[in-house]
Design a protein around this ligand. Structure first.
Ligand code: CP
Length: 304
């Protein structure tokens, strides 16, 4: 495997291996301090990011490597009309591996075809976010101890939320995983995911608008923000953005063992009072993102 464009580029065995390496990095960070000495990661971010870009950069620094790149299209020659293809053909002369975020679905795929160095999709439009999914899988494994036999509630913007799309594609490969899709009808999961992923794999799922009714059944509650930047109409965003707000009162009905994940950034969909609940693990999740990206960078660079 040269690139990571889609979570399905990784077999379950490869995901297990990445999780094992990430756990070993957490336990023995000193063993990894020079693994990427003299290697360079380019972070090409054509869309805003805090966690993904900075965790990639922190990951490379903690492996002893270096980082270059840009954090917005306006500060690159994309602002002058340069294509993604020309950008990556140029950057491959300066770096060993590229992490790219782009608003256009498929842009990292195009980039991967144009360069010899590994491309990591750090989020493409409303499509996919495979390194967030690896982060989520590591978090679920660390917090709950398993990736099978889970009832997962996905709540919020299931239409535009690329993290949800990647997570579903990953989780259907584990045994006895059920989904409760909680969204307003305008933000339901796209039909292609229902048809081609859930029904095709005979996955048990329900669609509902009620978070409260689902709460006591869940092992994982995966909250998501309504994706303002993907809406065509501001009025629709304003009407839908606060449909779900998780509060300590709502969590009273949840199992003690349930975990609340959120890819972040949070806007209003989890009240800050929830942060102190031991079941809230979204900041631990963000931290895990650095370790799994360290494991991924090493794998794509062929470093043991
Ligand atoms: N989860 C995530 O992708 O966060 P950022 O947009 O801050 O990178």
């Amino acid at each position: 495997m040269k690139d990571l464009i889609d979570i399905l580029d990784l077999s379950l065995a490869e995901i297990d291996e990445l999780i094992d390496v990430a756990n070993d990095i957490i336990a023995n960070p000193d063993n990894y301090r020079e693994k990427c000495k003299y290697k360079k990661l380019a972070t090409l971010f054509f869309e805003p990011s805090t966690r993904t870009r900075l965790s990639f950069e922190a990951a490379m620094y903690e492996l002893g490597g270096n980082v270059l790149g840009f954090s917005e299209a306006q500060s690159s020659s994309a602002a002058k009309g340069e294509s993604v293809s020309d950008t990556v053909r140029t950057v491959e002369a300066y770096a060993d591996i590229i992490a790219m975020r782009h608003p256009k679905e498929g842009a990292p795929t195009v980039a991967a075809m144009k360069t010899q160095i590994p491309i990591i999709n750090a989020g493409d439009g409303g499509h996919n976010h495979p390194t967030q999914t690896l982060t989520d899988l590591l978090t679920i494994k660390r917090e709950v101890g398993r990736l099978d036999n889970l009832t997962i509630g996905l709540c919020g913007d299931l239409k535009f939320g690329r993290t949800v799309h990647s997570l579903i594609q990953a989780m259907v490969r584990y045994k006895n995983v059920k989904f409760i899709m909680i969204s307003p009808k305008e933000l339901k999961l796209p039909e292609y995911l229902i048809e081609e992923v859930l029904l095709k794999n005979k996955i048990e799922f329900v669609e509902t608008e009620s978070l409260d009714e689902s709460m006591d059944k869940l092992d994982i509650l995966y909250m998501t923000r309504v994706q303002k930047e993907r809406f065509f109409n501001e009025a629709d965003y304003v009407r839908l953005k606060d449909t779900y707000i998780l509060t300590p009162e709502k969590l009273e009905r949840a199992k003690d063992t349930m975990r609340v994940l959120h890819p972040l950034p949070r806007v209003n969909e989890i009240s800050v009072e929830v942060d102190n609940d031991p079941r809230a693990c979204y900041f631990r999740q963000a931290k895990n993102g650095k370790y799994i990206r360290m494991a991924l960078i090493m794998k794509l660079l062929g470093i043991e």
